[in-house]
Design a protein around this ligand. Structure first.
Ligand code: TRP
Length: 443
């Protein structure tokens, strides 16, 4: 497609609404519903939540704007955007590219789990009241079935970037996001009526500061970046399809607010149920898949609600999965001047290869650990707690100190711009560097 190679004819979002839905669709996904509760469960609950909110609003909002701004100004994917600033910065783009392979490797495995749960609820292969911890563990430990489910998820995600920006990516988001939010509200309210739900709320909202440590802060930072899709050039890519006059401040505000509310709602949906059914908050990656089926079993029409929930979760994951793929696809499409279709096939194949060991981490390869972590956990940890913060630091330094983005692309308000630039140059990078060094136990 020659169209996409020249900046003048680059595809554009067809409306402001489409852009907001696409960024929200990218941000809201398994990160909020699957990763957030399980990571919060392992990191002490309320203290983690507090860190997460503070970091999202006060720190991550700056690189979020910065990514959109870089894309909007350069109108290129992440590798070419860096190269346009300076040829020597190519490596920074490639680091984002590598991150965009790391994340799908485990993300798509979890996407595959949602596909499996859709089948379970749709076909009724297991009676609703018998879907339990063992259901999840036996499934995840198999060598072939989870891999097939993961591949189904990968192919469905890849179908959208394959078709292009407007037809594919936009259409998917406009319908799914509003429906998803309604379902979440319903389940969160249901959760509050479960016996013992107050314990879950205490776990989430009453901080126990003895649990505070720097690893928790770094993990909260990783989670904040992860759920907002910051730190890998995803928003550079989506920002590159923006028209010059689109308002990115408003959409970023909405993104941070919407994303945080959805994560908290997801917590309220999960933790009262975890305590009500005597489950372990620190159960790990299977937490949502183990907890929610118990809620559905307790509801009238449980099979129906289970099905609707997993279908919506699947779609939320799909819109994020699409954005994950779009980063590497847009990057190599421009870099090597290949067609969008070929780029999609190449990237999907590479990801597929790495998905094999992550999938098998729950079964065949369960015994193989490095520093106590399975391959799945290593990919997740490295991507979220090392690569995303590292890419974000580089982004802030390069854009703040070297590119110095054009003011009119961000705002007409000079004061706002200088505060933004001040935070971008002097506050955010050192804070992130310190958090990383402390969190990784380097200091
Ligand atoms: N934010 C998404 C979620 O919460 C995942 C995601 C999409 C992502 N694009 C990203 C994470 C880019 C990091 C970087 O599910």
């Amino acid at each position: 497609m020659a169209i996409e190679r020249s900046a003048a004819k680059r595809p554009n979002w067809s409306s402001g609404f489409a852009f907001i839905m696409a960024t929200l669709g990218s941000a809201v996904g398994l990160g909020n519903i699957w990763r957030f509760p399980y990571i919060m469960g392992q990191n002490g609950g309320a203290v983690f939540l507090l860190m997460y909110i503070v970091l999202s609003v006060f720190i991550c909002s700056i690189p979020l704007l910065c990514e959109l701004l870089l894309g909007k100004q350069m109108r290129r994917g992440v590798i070419r955007s860096y190269e346009k600033i300076n040829r020597k910065f190519s490596a920074f783009g490639w680091l984002c590219f590598i991150t965009s392979i790391f994340i799908p490797c485990f993300y798509f495995v979890v996407g595959g789990w949602t596909v499996n749960y859709i089948f379970i609820y749709l076909l009724g292969t297991i009676p609703v009241d018998q879907i339990n911890t063992a259901t999840f563990e036996t499934f995840a430990a198999q060598p072939i079935a989870p891999l097939i489910m993961g591949i189904i998820f990968l192919v469905l995600c890849a179908a959208f970037p394959f078709r292009g920006v407007n037809k594919g990516i936009e259409q998917a988001n406009n319908i799914i996001m509003p429906m998803f939010i309604i379902m979440l509200l319903f389940l969160a309210i249901t959760g509050l009526f479960l016996p013992n739900s107050i314990e879950g709320l205490k776990f989430m909202f009453a901080p126990d500061f003895t649990k505070f440590n720097f690893t928790t802060v770094l993990t909260a930072l990783g989670q904040a970046l992860f759920t907002m899709s910051v730190g890998m050039g995803c928003l550079v890519t989506y920002g590159s399809y923006l028209k010059k006059d689109s308002d990115i401040i408003q959409s970023s505000g909405l993104l941070i607010l919407g994303n945080t509310i959805i994560a908290v709602l997801a917590g309220v949906m999960i933790f009262p149920a975890v305590f009500s059914f005597n489950l372990e908050p620190s159960a790990g990656a299977g937490l949502v898949f183990i907890t929610l089926p118990k809620v559905f079993a307790a509801l009238p029409f449980g099979q129906f609600f289970g099905l609707i929930f997993f279908v919506l979760l699947f779609f939320a994951a799909l819109t994020s999965g699409i954005s994950l793929l779009e980063v590497s696809i847009a990057a190599i499409l421009e870099k090597f001047k290949i067609s969008r279709k070929i780029a999609t096939v190449i990237m999907s194949s590479i990801i597929l290869v790495f998905m094999v060991p992550t999938t098998w981490s729950f079964g065949l390869l369960n015994g193989y650990k490095l520093l106590g972590k399975t391959f799945f956990e290593i990919m997740d940890f490295t991507a979220s707690n090392v690569l995303l913060p590292l890419n974000t630091i580089i982004l802030c330094v390069v854009v703040g100190w070297i590119l110095k983005p054009k003011m009119e692309l961000l705002t007409k308000n000079e004061k706002f711009y200088s505060v933004f630039m001040f935070l971008l140059k002097f506050i955010v990078p050192p804070v992130l560097v310190l958090l990383m060094l402390f969190g990784l136990d380097v200091l």
